[in-house]
Design a binder for this molecule. Structure first.
Ligand SMILES: [Zn+2]
Length: 182
């Protein structure tokens, strides 16, 4: 299993990430005025590729998505915490859903990506090599999770406290997302 923290992919602007999020919302007719049910959405989207595994099996990771096969491995304790509405675990789930939606099936999607469709290919970095955030699959995944859990059109006129309460996110995630939309 390769670590996406050492890779780069085709660039995605925040607008492109927002479009990807909107496709998921509309596919599952998500009510954006309520707390986003990220656990159910992820299970619907990932289906039988969603695996709950023990801590021993994942070791250093909370969750991992195998981009070649689309299999998503979620640590049991993170899954339980996400089901219980714990903000950080909910964000982790959104982040992992992003890898599934944006980065899976890299090789077979290379041609489609060139034509402007499908997931972009992943390239692995040399040690120490730095890239702009828009090329970084980890930045893309966290941006997707923020957009998914905190709909811009609704949080624009909300305070940080209101965002935390209404959307079940951490203070730092709410602050970051609020900066993005105002
Ligand atoms: Zn990641």
């Amino acid at each position: 299993m390769k670590d996406l923290r050492q890779s780069q992919t085709l660039p995605m602007s925040r607008a492109a990430i927002q479009s990807a999020v909107e496709r998921v919302w509309s596919a599952y007719q998500v009510d954006l005025t309520k707390k986003i049910d990220i656990v159910r959405i992820t299970e619907w989207e990932v289906k039988d590729k969603f695996h709950i595994v023990s801590e021993d099996e994942l070791r250093d990771y909370e969750a991992l998505t195998e981009t070649q096969t689309g299999d998503m491995y979620m640590r049991e304790d993170i899954y339980v915490r996400a089901c219980n509405g714990e903000p950080r675990a909910r964000f982790t789930m959104g982040h992992e859903l992003a890898h599934f939606c944006l980065h899976k099936n890299q090789d077979q999607n290379k041609r489609l990506a060139r034509d402007g469709f499908g997931a972009p290919p992943i390239r692995y970095l040399q040690p120490g090599q730095k890239i702009l955030c828009i090329y970084d699959p980890e930045w893309q995944a966290s941006a997707f999770s923020g957009e998914m859990l905190m709909p811009a059109m609704h949080i624009r006129h909300m305070t940080i406290e209101e965002i935390i309460l209404q959307y079940g996110v951490s203070r730092s995630a709410a602050r970051y997302q609020k900066m993005r939309v105002t």
